[in-house]
Every structure is written in C-alpha cells, then in structure tokens.
Design a protein around this ligand. Structure first.
Ligand code: SDX
Length: 374
C-alpha cells in the first residue's frame, strides 16, 4: 500500500473543533475546557449536557430551564409507541434506537430546517425522547407494561424508573450519572465523524444521529461494553481469569474493552469509572467481576502493554445495576447524543463537504465486449 495512504485516517487531523480535547500525552480529556473528571465530581449529567451543547456550564436559572425543556419533551407520539410495540422482540436495542430516531425525524415539524436554533431544538427532542423509546422496548420485550416518563425525576433517575419501575439508591444513580458524563463526548471518534460526514452534505440531524448510532453499535467502538460482559460471562469466575486471558492472547484474540486509537497508555476516563464500578460492586456485595477485571487488566498491561478503555469498567457496572447486556451500548447512545449534536452543529457552522480520495488498484482500462462476444 503506498505510503500516502493512512488507512483508518490514522493520525490524520481533518478539522478543528471546540467541543472537547483528548490529551493522551497527559492522559486527560476536557469538554469545552473543563476536565471530565472534575465534571464527574461537581456536576450532574444535565449540567454537562448543557455545557456540551451551549459551550458553557449553566447557572441555576439556565439549568432549571434546560431541565424543564428536557423533561417536557420526554414523551413519544402514540404512533412511535405503536411502532416500537411492533418491532421484532429479538431486535437489538441499538437497531431500535436507530429506528426510533429515524421515526422522530419523520415526525419532527422542523425536520427541513437545519438552522442552528432549529438544530438545537431538535437535538433536545432527540436527547429527551431516545431514553423513553429504549425503555419502552426494554419493557415490551419482557412482556411488561410501558412505564411513561416522569417529569419529577432527573435524566438518570427517569431512565431507571422507565426500565425498572423504581429509582435505585442515590449512590447507584450517581454512578450512572458519572458513566453518562464520561460517555458524552470524545472528539472525532468514528460515530461522531460519521455524524459530521453525513452533516457535511447538509443532510439533517436525525439522519446524522441515525448514522452515528449505527456506527457506535460496532464492537470496535461502543459495542465493546457489551462484549466485555460477554467475555466476563465466559470467564465465569476469578479462578478462570488468568488461564482465559493467557489463552486469548495465545490465540491472538482481540480483547474487548482494551486498547484505543488515541490513548496509548490508558484511557483518561478509566480511573473515574473504575472507582464507581468499585462503589457499585460494594453496594451490590458482588466482587466477582472486580476480581476478574483486575486479573485480566494486569495480564493485558504486563504482556501486551495494552490498557483498558472506558468500555471495560462500564460493562460490569451496568450489569451490576441490573441492565440487560444488550442495553449497555444504548446507554452510551443516550449520553453521546449530546456530543454528536454539538459536532453536527459545529460542522454546519463551518462546513466543507467531506470527500477523501482513494488510490485505485483495480483493472487497467479495458474495452467493453458485446454480450454475444463474452
Ligand atoms: C471506544 O475513538 C474513540 O474515542 C472511541 C471511544 C469514544 O469515547 O468514542 O473512546 C469509545 O470506542 C473505545 C474502544 C472500544 N473498542 C474496544 O474495546 C475493542 C477492542 N479494541 C481494539 O479493537 C483496538 O484497540 C481499537 C479498535 C480500539 C483501536 O485499534 P487501532 O488504533 O486501530 O489499533 P490496532 O487495532 O491496529 O492495534 C494495534 C496493535 C495490533 O497488534 P499488531 O497487529 O500490531 O501486532 O495492538 C493490538 C492489535 O492486535 N491490539 C489489541 C487490542 N487493541 C489493539 N490486541 C488485543 N486486544 C485488543 N483490545
């Protein structure tokens, strides 16, 4: 392959952004200049969602207005509930999310308006409704009644309520909120770049987010948090972990939840998420996954110098919270809609059609033979 080609756009800077800064050299990540771990400590997810979309942290009046708008937009149309009820029960929830956002686009009265103000309103509606659509599917596929969103609950509390019918203790909600803050935004990752590429032709925000959800589903990207859980379930118990991981490395398997295109000596979000994974494990009195986590991590770093990424601690945390494994990446979606929306609006504000080149290596030029001569 000729040297000019950077497969996977490895190391290629394609545009500028103000949304976030990923700093592998100091193992840090900032959203609009604020360190992600500080946001986890001092803010609720709604404050961070506002920050990512509006470029600064809200004051209490701005936060109240944002929360009111988000809560007032959680409900789905009767039509969308009906569509979700008729989706095949075995559908992957990521495909349900992608389809639900598409239907929201069909229903949205501003779908043809891509002005900044309109995109901001549409982003908020997608942000508010996608958790409701996912929770509705969660209940329907279990043969349970849909639980409608509650305006008195926070974004995190309401998702638990719509899925399980109750809100867990505040420490569990805080851990969930922290995971949403850590998942919210991460510069030009593949799903965000997908959204920007779709936007670059001046297509609409619903289409761009639908494409981003499809991209996030992949196991090399957001889908990894589900694969981490499948791996832990295969390992079953801590005493199997060492043999399992040594075998995986011997077979040159890709170990899910490890490695990263940008962070090469550890994902800056892992220490915070690992801390909250430990808190949830303690509350649930289930240390098994933590023990497996530590054994596998130790071998990966020692033998391959490959570090965990954010999906590694998040997977078992969501399992301990009671979510079905195939709902882990959809939780990534309801958080990352904020980052995707900010990038879509940023792309619109300084757009250039994204259209790279390819180096042709196919057949040389040849003449067409008539069918009866072929
Ligand atoms: C996310 O980009 C983002 O910011 C994404 C994200 C976000 O917030 O949006 O951070 C979220 O997607 C995190 C990543 C989740 N994916 C996984 O956990 C899947 C497992 N990870 C690997 O597939 C891999 O690490 C990638 C895809 C994440 C990154 O791969 P790269 O940068 O393309 O590097 P590579 O695959 O070429 O690997 C380089 C070497 C290879 O060895 P050699 O062929 O050179 O001998 O490292 C090895 C790889 O085999 N390697 C791994 C590995 N990751 C890299 N070997 C085993 N297990 C792994 N997980």
């Amino acid at each position: 392959m000729n040297d000019d080609i950077k497969k996977g756009l490895l190391g290629i800077v394609v545009d500028e952004t103000e949304v976030s800064k990923v700093m592998p050299e100091i193992n840090s990540l900032t959203y609009r200049g604020y360190a992600a771990q500080d946001l986890c400590e001092y803010c609720r997810f709604e404050e961070v969602a506002y920050l990512i979309l509006n470029k600064d942290l809200p004051n209490s009046i701005q936060l109240k207005k944002f929360e009111r708008e988000e809560r007032n937009n959680r409900e789905l149309t009767k039509n969308l509930y009906e569509i979700i009820k008729h989706m095949p029960k075995k559908s992957h929830p990521m495909d349900v999310a992608r389809t639900a956002v598409s239907v929201m686009g069909l229903e949205d009265k501003e779908t043809t308006d891509s002005s900044h103000e309109s995109n901001m309103r549409k982003a908020l509606r997608i942000f508010a409704k996608t958790p409701t659509a996912l929770a509705a599917f969660y209940r329907i596929r279990k043969g349970k009644k849909i639980i409608k969103p509650k305006k008195t609950l926070s974004f995190a509390e309401n998702f638990f309520y719509m899925c399980f019918g109750k809100v867990p203790q505040k420490e569990i909600v805080k851990a969930f909120d922290v995971s949403l803050i850590l998942y919210a935004e991460h510069s030009f990752n593949v799903s965000t770049f997908t959204a920007r590429t779709i936007t670059s032709s001046l297509s609409d925000i619903h289409g761009a987010i639908t494409g981003a959800i499809a991209s996030l589903k992949g196991p090399l990207h957001g889908g990894a948090n589900e694969e981490v859980m499948h791996m832990m379930n295969k390992i079953k118990k801590p005493s199997n972990a060492l043999k399992w991981i040594k075998n995986a490395l011997k077979n040159k398997e890709v170990v899910m939840g490890f490695g990263h295109r940008v962070y090469k000596s550890g994902d800056s979000r892992v220490p915070t998420m690992r801390e909250y994974f430990g808190k949830v494990a303690k509350i649930k009195k289930d240390k098994k996954y933590e023990k497996i986590y530590d054994i596998v991590e130790k071998v990966m770093i020692k033998e391959k110098n490959i570090h965990p990424n954010v999906d590694y601690p998040t997977g078992p945390t969501y399992h301990l919270m009671g979510f079905d494994t195939d709902f882990f990446t959809p939780i990534f979606v309801i958080s990352r809609i904020t980052g995707w929306s900010a990038h879509i609006m940023e792309q619109h504000a300084a757009n250039k059609l994204i259209r790279p080149l390819a180096s042709y290596k196919g057949n040389r030029h040849r003449k067409v033979m008539q069918l009866n001569q072929r």
